[in-house]
Design a protein around this ligand. Structure first.
Ligand SMILES: NC(=O)c1ccc[n+]([C@@H]2O[C@H](COP(=O)([O-])OP(=O)(O)OC[C@H]3O[C@@H](n4cnc5c(N)ncnc54)[C@H](OP(=O)(O)O)[C@@H]3O)[C@@H](O)[C@H]2O)c1
Length: 239
């Protein structure tokens, strides 16, 4: 299948490792011109800093496909999260998406074609234990994306959310360690407990998530707009 992504300019945010990196590799394999950023990549950008995002977008120029992504918010229950933690998550998870999206829309509107994919978490569909900041603030990102899909569909721009379940990355290792610290189980025991909650009984390969994102950005994926797609091996218990 020709995905029509050859020579498209793609920005994948927060892509020095993990899911972002896998998504960038997926677009590269389709012949796209791919830019990545993070705090430690050749194109450096701290996504909590609006001025650095502005400079990033100026450096890259017109972007056809944007994948919003950022580091994971601090885990914890309500009593463990301070106002500063809420503010930090809001900046990292929500405002980074606002600044990136605002920067790419004019060109997409002008050419009457664009794709925006917001990477979130299954927490947008079903709150996760010990991740209250993710549950609350990613839900705002998902509703932002749905609103933008309504507003900008007429401009040839689709906006979708991809909600990963549990993929083998550093972030997952840290979350398992945090759960093991709380439960008193060994790391491997905690990992196995989590694995067995997934209907397909395995963690995801980041390349599988990348394939989904790449399809949503493709020409054949152009009629998919405003969805929140869980890629989670069936983990989420709602439709
Ligand atoms: N892995 C999973 O199973 C899973 C499931 C659901 C949701 N998620 C979410 O999906 C996102 C990516 O997950 P992941 O597993 O790929 O995480 P990861 O392996 O921890 O990678 C996080 C990426 O974000 C970058 N980053 C962190 N803070 C940043 C900042 N302030 N500015 C710019 N870049 C920043 C990091 O690069 P630098 O350190 O170089 O900045 C890195 O490239 C996270 O938000 C995570 O919570 C992951």
């Amino acid at each position: 299948m020709d995905l029509g992504l050859n020579n498209k300019t793609v920005l994948v945010a927060a892509a020095s490792q993990g899911l972002g990196k896998a998504i960038a590799e997926g677009f590269t394999a389709e012949g796209a011109k791919v830019f990545t950023c993070s705090r430690h990549t050749p194109i450096q950008c701290d996504l909590t800093n609006p001025e650095q995002i502005r400079q990033l977008l100026e450096t890259i120029g017109p972007i056809d496909v944007l994948v919003t992504n950022a580091g994971g918010p601090k885990p914890g229950t309500f009593s463990a999260i301070s106002d500063a933690d809420w503010e930090a998550t809001f900046q990292l998870t929500f405002m980074s998406a606002i600044h990136l999206i605002r920067g790419v829309l004019p060109h997409m509107q002008q050419q009457h074609w664009g794709r925006i994919i917001c990477l979130t978490s299954t927490s947008v569909k079903q709150p996760l234990d010990n991740l209250i900041t993710s549950n609350a603030i990613r839900a705002a990102v998902a509703n932002l994306a749905k609103s933008l899909a309504n507003e900008y569909g007429q401009d040839g721009i689709t906006v979708n959310v991809v909600a990963p379940g549990m993929f083998e990355t550093d972030r997952l290792q840290k979350l398992i360690q945090s759960r093991a610290d709380a439960s008193g189980y060994m790391f491997d025991e905690e990992k196995d407990i989590l694995r067995r909650t997934i209907p397909v009984r395995r963690f995801g390969d980041p390349a599988e998530l990348a394939a989904t994102v790449v399809f949503l950005a493709s020409e054949p994926g152009g009629y998919i707009n405003g969805v929140s797609l869980a890629v989670d091996g069936g983990l989420t218990k709602s439709v």
